[in-house]
Design a protein around this ligand. Structure first.
Ligand code: ADP
Ligand code: MG
Length: 153
C-alpha cells in the first residue's frame, strides 16, 4: 500500500485492510508523514481498529514496539518520551469537560508532539495544531475501511 494517501490533494484517501497486520502497516506508513506538532484524530466504533492503527503509528515513529502500545481505555493517556514525544489518548470513558480537564492535555500541547486521540469525535479540542483525521469502519469480520485526511501543507 505504498504512498496511498500522498495523492497531493486535500481529498481523503481510502484504503480497505484485511487484517490487523495490514492496519498496523497503514499506521507505520502514515508515521513517515507525521511531523510534530500534529494531532491524529481517530474516530470509529468499538473494535474498528483505532488502537491497532495506533500500534503501527507509534512503531513507525520508532518510539515503541507494537506490543508496548496498549489501549489507554482506563488509564486515559499513555505517554512515550523518545526522540519524539507521543501521547496516546482514549476519550471513550471521559465524561464531560470536568474529566477532560483532569487529563491535563495542556501538557501534551505544551511542546511539539504527536498527539493521537481515540474517540476524537467525543470532544472538540481547542488547539490550532495541524490535524490528521482517520476514520475506521467495519466492512466485514476482518476488513476495515480506513479514510485518512491529511492537513493542508
Ligand atoms: P478500537 O481501538 O477501535 O476499539 P482495536 O484496535 O482495539 O479497536 O480492536 C480491533 C479489533 O479488530 C482487534 O481485535 C483486531 O484483531 C480486529 N481486527 C480484525 N480485522 C482487523 C483489521 N483489518 N484492522 C484492524 N483490526 C482488525
Ligand atoms: Mg481502542
Amino acid at each position: 500500500m505504498p504512498g496511498l494517501w500522498l495523492n497531493g490533494t486535500m481529498s481523503p484517501t481510502e484504503v480497505v485492510t484485511s487484517s490487523p497486520e495490514e492496519t498496523m502497516e497503514v499506521g507505520r506508513q502514515l508515521a513517515d508523514h507525521l511531523h510534530p506538532p500534529v494531532l491524529v484524530l481517530l474516530s470509529g466504533e468499538l473494535g474498528s481498529g483505532k488502537t491497532t492503527i495506533t500500534k503501527g503509528i507509534i512503531n513507525g515513529l520508532g518510539v515503541a514496539r507494537e506490543e508496548e502500545v496498549t489501549s489507554p481505555t482506563f488509564t486515559l493517556v499513555h505517554v512515550f518520551h523518545n526522540h519524539v514525544r507521543v501521547y496516546h489518548v482514549d476519550l471513550y470513558r471521559v465524561d464531560g469537560f470536568h474529566d477532560l480537564e483532569s487529563l491535563a492535555l495542556e501538557d501534551a500541547f505544551a511542546e511539539p508532539a504527536v498527539v493521537i486521540i481515540e474517540w476524537a469525535e467525543r470532544f472538540a479540542l481547542r488547539t490550532d495544531w495541524p490535524r490528521v483525521e482517520i476514520r475506521l469502519e467495519h466492512v466485514e469480520t476482518d476488513r476495515r475501511r480506513i479514510t485518512i485526511t491529511l492537513p493542508k501543507t
